[in-house]
Design a protein. Structure first.
Length: 154
């Protein structure tokens, strides 16, 4: 990736539209939305930012509405458990807060491969900004191709 547009934090938040299925991957982008009074329908995080515990996000989570999920996913991998958890989260009518034990970065790729048309996926690119992806058939196809290529390497 990145599939979408690399934006600054303010521009990324302004790009959101009411009623969109919004998914965030990463602690910083998730916290950025929450601090603006916006809660994504699905938040994927590991409570780590640059290998340090993200206490600010951790403190906000208990008061947020939604289903709490937890899944294990080691760095550099996409486990079957992560795929199933993302499928569940995307199908849920409720907001979902998904804690990843391990590393959540590749969840963006799984979401891009599985999310319905019109889903707004936001994930952070450390030191660069926020990538905003509007999921459609072309994005899903490219994400699936990348996942398939990863499987061939393992």
């Amino acid at each position: 990736m990145p599939f979408g547009s690399l934006l600054g934090e303010e521009e990324a938040m302004r790009s959101l539209r009411e009623g969109e299925l919004t998914v965030t991957v990463g602690d910083v982008v998730s916290l950025s939305m929450l601090e603006r009074g916006l809660q994504p329908r699905v938040m994927v995080y590991d409570l780590r930012n640059r290998r340090r515990r993200n206490a600010r996000l951790a403190a906000r989570l208990p008061s947020l509405p939604g289903e709490d999920m937890s899944v294990e996913n080691p760095a550099g991998r996409i486990t079957p458990g992560l795929v199933v958890a993302i499928q569940h989260a995307l199908a849920s009518e409720n907001k979902v807060k998904m804690m990843v034990e391990g590393e959540e970065d590749l969840a963006s790729l799984v979401i891009a491969a599985l999310a319905p048309d019109g889903t707004r996926l936001l994930y952070g690119l450390p030191g660069k900004g926020i990538v905003c992806v509007q999921v459609d058939a072309a994005v899903r196809e490219k994400a699936r191709e990348l996942i398939d290529a990863m499987e061939e390497c393992n």
